[in-house]
Design a protein around this ligand. Structure first.
Ligand SMILES: Cc1cc2nc3c(=O)[nH]c(=O)nc-3n(C[C@H](O)[C@H](O)[C@H](O)COP(=O)(O)O)c2cc1C
Length: 221
């Protein structure tokens, strides 16, 4: 986590750069129905590595983030994907042309972290997977293993990785149901992603998931 020195009223204050993330953006409410069945979404999900330029709407982005980690039980704060001990060690970052945002599941909002386009940096960090630059949106799933370790010790590693899989599949299937496609990317330099996105020290990136329109959906290939 990058630190920033500020002078306030003659005092020198050291704060983390994330503390400056003050721009909060409300997302449209998710919907709970679709004209495309779950079975059709499963049948049509395919890893896509070439995307059209067309942008996603805020409604589409909102829907995908809700499917990934959105609150589905207001009483206990349970989310769309299961989590060992309901500890929720994952954080989702949205990387697009206009900057980088952190998804805030409790309020279903985005917190803006950067103004610049980090997609080219992610391409370099992922050994040249250029579809990250083509896709209008990439989601980065990062994990804080310590949250789950505190309760489950050595089993935490497998639990947290399983959780990232649950979240990722929700993203893939919701994308298909919205007429979009996606890709699970696991090949990248962790330390480069951490630096590029200024992830907190205790977070590690697990997945990059580009999402966008492709030429052929919904034809069966
Ligand atoms: C953990 C994991 C990591 C992956 N990493 C990459 C990757 O870095 N680049 C890539 O193009 N595909 C990656 N894939 C996608 C697989 O290549 C793809 O799922 C597989 O070829 C089967 O194709 P399908 O997803 O269309 O069924 C990854 C998939 C998984 C589950």
């Amino acid at each position: 986590m990058r630190k920033i020195l500020l002078v306030v009223g003659g005092l020198l204050i050291l704060i983390s750069s994330s503390a400056l993330a003050t721009q909060i953006i409300s997302l449209p409410k998710p919907v709970y129905d679709s004209s495309i069945s779950l079975e059709k979404s499963i049948a049509h999900r395919r890893s896509e590595r070439s995307y059209l330029e067309s942008q996603l709407s805020q409604e589409q982005l909102s829907q995908i983030l809700w499917a990934a980690e959105g609150i589905t039980d207001q009483t206990y704060g349970f989310r769309s994907a299961p989590s060992a001990g309901a500890l929720y060690p994952l954080t989702i970052y949205v990387v697009e042309k206009d900057g980088v945002f952190r998804y805030l599941p409790d309020s279903h909002k985005l917190a803006k972290l950067f103004d610049d386009d980090k997609r080219p940096s992610l391409v370099r960090a992922s050994l040249g997977q250029v579809c990250i630059r083509e896709a209008p949106v990439s989601l980065v799933i990062a994990a804080n293993f310590r949250i789950t370790q505190a309760k489950y010790g050595a089993r935490a590693f497998r639990y947290v990785c399983m959780e990232a899989g649950h979240v990722a599949e929700n993203i893939h299937l919701q994308a298909v149901a919205l007429g979009l496609a996606s890709l699970a990317i696991g090949a990248f330099w962790d330390d480069v992603i951490k630096k590029d996105l200024d992830l907190p020290e205790n977070q590690d990136p697990l997945y990059i998931i580009p999402i966008g329109y492709v030429k052929q959906w919904p034809e069966k290939k």
